[in-house]
Design a protein around this ligand. Structure first.
Ligand code: MIG
Length: 659
């Protein structure tokens, strides 16, 4: 180790065959060997595969080689940096502007164990509302009640499932947070109520910058100023930056009373029926002069005091926590204001542990094939950093998707833990029907597949909530001793069983796929393949190659137009012959009752047995349901691939089926 004024560093050896993952939100490919990675939250607008500082700053990574892996959590919120053999081959380095060197070494040997321990330290996500797993539609902006009603109607008429509509900054009056534009949204409560009859939930954007309003009454500014809630400079002046509403001030979210006050500001939105909040610009992002002028990006002076008086620090230490504490204020506020319903919170910026309060999306990507390609390793590395509920803007934020790009992106988006399409102001719309019939049909099919997979997905969220496991996983997560997976960034596992090998290049209709050890089944045709091997699979625009591991049990729900359209009255289990086990998790999907026992788990097992008379049989065993939650009466169909199906009324008792 070494130190000098204002910096401290530590060096360690890189072993042969070692690879490096996690590091929070990152561009480029999966393995970060030979990279330098800075932890400093930044509005990474226009980022590319070479960009270092991103919206999230999570000073955690894991090192992996066959039979051994370990994690490092660098416990500092100051500016910090990892150098993974870039400066000196065979050596990695961590340095920070902290006075103390404080870090955790987390033993694996496998990624799952590392994450379990890491999330024991930094926390895990709460169960989200089930509707947040549905399809989200966003645009900057759906800017009037009429436009929103039209959009909602379009989804239902075209029978494309959708649960959530996001309202971007133009719903506000002159970009003032916690207001509505009276011209564009004269009666938000009625709009939300009407559309909720049809199953829609609403998420509104909230930025941290509060408009400095010296004349008219504007409570968020007046109250914040009166109670001294805004960040001040070291000289004691209220700090100003320029954001959407013009000259603005910024709450000091590090203080508990400020978080509480901020959380309570969401009351009117909650009264209007808003069920989720989207926190943007919280790196924090701001300019030194009004937007539109050629200003430059700034943030608070590094010596600006922040935090409670008895534990005060400066922005140098608080910077990386700004977005995280804003998301926390929001999540805790919503839980107070909606005490019987789970809410959805989405944040752009965060630090280690952001999963405790919010889902994360990766900011401003572009409508280009390269960004579709990069989305998988980016989301996988976030998952390997403890943040399981993540998504990218489907279709790309900046620019205009082509029909082909959009179709391929919707296929990949089906795998994103948060599935949301978005598009930038003045760019083409990214809705499932804007690219003509062929692409609309593809979008419908993949969104429907998402809804069919909801019981599987919801169980993966439960796993994330209880163990810290990612939902979207790189192959190395399940095959950590297979070096062929170490740089495999363009195939992903959704949970333990379902593997996708998406197409992310124009004009490509054949896809090379690596099948790790074991038997794999083609999701679409049921065809069986023996791994470890490479295969070439046909992938016309209608098809994203999907494979299932032998021994997998995938629970499927009927297609619905939104998650709560009706209780799940039918459940289909797709069973892939082999040895395997799967526990299905269920609860009411919306309240906090699961915390006091209102949940249900059912464990299914599959194995083969050789009987003298019938040859090889597949046996499916269903253990008696556990927990206090009672699902709706339902018909269960067990379908063993290649063997046939059987049905029964699910009364929660144990059974044994042979095929
Ligand atoms: O200065 O609210 O990343 O998703 O649509 C741009 C407008 C501000 C950036 C976000 C983007 C959002 C946009 N915001």
């Amino acid at each position: 180790m070494g130190w000098r004024q204002g910096a401290i560093a530590n060096w360690k050896k890189i072993e042969a065959d070692e690879h490096f993952y996690g590091f929070g939100e990152r561009t480029g490919l999966l393995d970060k060997l030979s990279d330098r990675l800075t932890n400093w939250t930044t509005d990474a607008l226009d980022y590319t595969s070479l960009t270092d500082e991103m919206y999230q700053a999570i000073p955690f990574f894991m090192a992996l080689r066959p039979e051994l892996g370990y994690g490092i959590f660098f416990n500092t919120t100051f500016w910090s940096q990892f150098d993974i053999g870039a400066e000196q081959t065979g050596v990695w380095k961590m340095q920070s502007q902290d006075k103390n060197l404080d870090y955790y070494i987390i033993y694996g040997p496998e990624p799952a164990q590392i994450l379990q321990t890491y999330t024991q330290l930094t926390g895990r996500m709460p169960m989200p509302p089930r509707w947040a797993l549905g399809y989200h539609q966003c645009r900057w902006s759906y800017a009037s009640e009429e436009e929103v009603r039209q959009l909602a109607q379009e989804f239902r008429q075209r029978q494309i499932p959708c649960d959530v509509i996001h309202l971007d900054i133009d719903y506000m009056r002159g970009f003032r947070v916690f207001t509505w534009s009276p011209q564009r949204f004269p009666d938000p409560k009625t709009m939300v109520k009407d559309l909720s009859q049809n199953g829609f939930k609403f998420v509104t954007i909230i930025d941290p910058g509060v408009k400095e309003e010296t004349e008219a009454d504007y409570l968020p500014f007046d109250e914040g100023l009166e109670h001294d809630y805004f960040v001040r400079t070291a000289e004691g002046k209220v700090f100003h930056g320029y954001v959407w509403p013009g000259r603005a001030v910024f709450p000091d979210f590090l203080r508990e009373e400020v978080r509480e006050w901020w959380g309570n500001q969401h009351q009117d939105l909650v009264d209007a029926g808003i069920a989720g909040i989207w926190n943007d610009m919280n790196e924090p992002a701001m300019n030194d002069r009004p937007f539109g002028d050629p200003g430059k990006k700034i943030w608070f002076p590094l010596d600006a005091p922040q935090g409670p008086v008895d534990e005060q620090t400066t922005h140098a230490e608080a910077h990386n926590l700004y977005g995280q504490m804003m998301a926390r204020a929001c999540a805790e506020g919503l839980e107070r204001l909606r005490p019987t319903a789970r809410s959805f919170v989405l944040t752009r910026s965060g630090y280690a542990g952001v999963q405790r309060w919010s889902a994360v999306w990766t900011g401003d990507n572009q409508s280009l094939w390269e960004y579709l390609e990069m989305s998988l390793p980016a989301l996988c590395n976030l998952g390997l950093s403890g943040v399981a509920f993540v998504g990218e803007d489907i279709g790309g934020f900046a620019g205009n998707a082509t029909a082909e790009l959009f179709a391929r992106w919707m296929q990949v988006g089906m795998l994103y833990p948060m599935m949301r399409a978005h598009s930038m102001i003045a760019s083409a719309r990214h809705e499932p029907w804007v690219f003509g019939d062929r692409v609309e049909k593809i979008c419908r099919e993949y969104i429907e597949l998402r809804y069919r997979l909801l019981p599987y997905l919801y169980t993966l969220f439960w796993e994330a909530a209880t163990t810290g496991a990612p939902i979207l996983r790189p192959l190395l997560y399940h095959f950590p001793n297979d070096p062929k997976t170490y740089n495999l960034y363009d195939q992903v596992l959704l949970g333990p069983s379902l593997m996708a090998a998406p197409v992310y290049r124009p004009g490509v209709e054949e896809r090379l796929v690596y099948l790790p050890e074991g038997v794999w089944y083609d999701w679409w045709s049921g065809e069986m393949h023996q791994g470890a091997s490479h295969i070439v699979t046909h992938a016309p625009l209608e098809k994203m190659p999907l494979f299932v591991r032998a021994g997998a049990i995938i629970p499927l729900a009927p297609v619905m137009q939104y998650t709560d359209e009706r209780p799940m009255d039918e459940l289909r289990l797709r069973v892939y012959p082999g040895e395997g086990e799967w526990t299905l998790y269920e609860d009411d999907g919306r309240s906090f009752e699961y915390r006091i026992g209102a949940w249900a788990t059912t464990t299914y097992r599959v194995h083969s047995s050789d009987s003298e008379t019938d040859g090889s049989q597949t046996v499916v065993e269903i253990a008696a349901r556990q927990g206090e939650w009672q699902p709706q009466p339902r018909q269960v169909t067990v379908e063993v691939i290649g063997k046939g199906e059987q049905q029964f009324e699910d009364d929660g008792s144990d059974r044994r089926l042979t095929f």
